[in-house]
Design a protein around this ligand. Structure first.
Ligand SMILES: [Zn+2]
Length: 233
């Protein structure tokens, strides 16, 4: 192995780690976004229940007002009964009162139904409130963990990058620049061992002439398929 290759082999291990770390870090924003979406969804469930409750309470109130008005009319007509002069008027008032009372019992049924509905939604709302409180705390904790992980990865990556940048100074600048170009282009793998006459990265069979060139250790040799730098132990 060329002496430069020995150093590059060491650097290559660090570069692999750096790129693996970077890929891991790149998935974090998406995961945080998913958590934030989940929190918003849960919050929306809560808001929708609050709206539903308000609407039901308003409807109930409306019916109660209507009932109160009609009950007032029943009392009014009841009072008028003693003052009417003709049977016809009397009968007419009695009919009116009966009709109002029928309306009122229907209204009462509706109000009872609304009360049941309100109670059911209130129960759901309380449950959702509790669920949301717990969810929010849990999910924020998850986000915090991801943020800390991203920071830790950044730290590790920085240390490794500094280390490899220092080490690569020991490599012939021309070879180092070729290596650096490939490592960026190939997302972390620029140097590949040939074992069993095969490039370990792209699995292409290496021609005997190329293998000879590698063994001569006189120049940098590339895989004809994936363009990475090849070496043999
Ligand atoms: Zn290859």
């Amino acid at each position: 192995m060329m002496p430069d290759m020995k150093i590059l082999k060491e650097i290559q291990e660090w570069d692999k780690q750096i790129y693996t770390l970077e890929e891991e870090k790149n998935t974090i924003p998406e995961q945080i976004e998913a958590i934030n979406c989940f929190i918003v969804e849960q919050k929306n469930v809560l808001t929708n229940l609050q709206d539903e409750l308000k609407k039901l309470q308003l409807k109930q109130k409306g019916k109660e007002v209507e009932l109160a008005g009609k009950e007032e009319n029943v009392r009014k007509y009841d009072a008028q009964l003693s003052q009417v002069k003709t049977n016809k008027e009397y009968k007419s008032l009695q009919d009116e009162i009966a009709s109002l009372k029928a309306d009122n019992s229907l209204l009462e049924e509706q109000i009872i139904q609304f009360m049941d509905d309100v109670q059911a939604v209130q129960k759901k709302l309380e449950e959702q409130k509790k669920k949301f409180q717990t969810t929010e705390i849990e999910q924020h904790q998850k986000v915090k963990t991801f943020e800390e992980k991203a920071k830790a990865i950044e730290g590790q990556s920085e240390v490794l990058t500094k280390q490899r940048n220092e080490k690569i100074k020991q490599v012939d600048p021309e070879i180092a620049s070729v290596y650096d170009r490939i490592v960026v282009k190939k997302r972390g793998v620029a140097l590949v061992e040939v074992t069993g006459e095969v490039c370990n990265e792209c699995q292409m069979t290496i021609r005997p002439q190329i293998i000879n060139e590698i063994k001569m250790k006189e120049k940098v040799v590339f895989c004809e398929n994936c363009s990475r730098i090849l070496y043999c132990e």
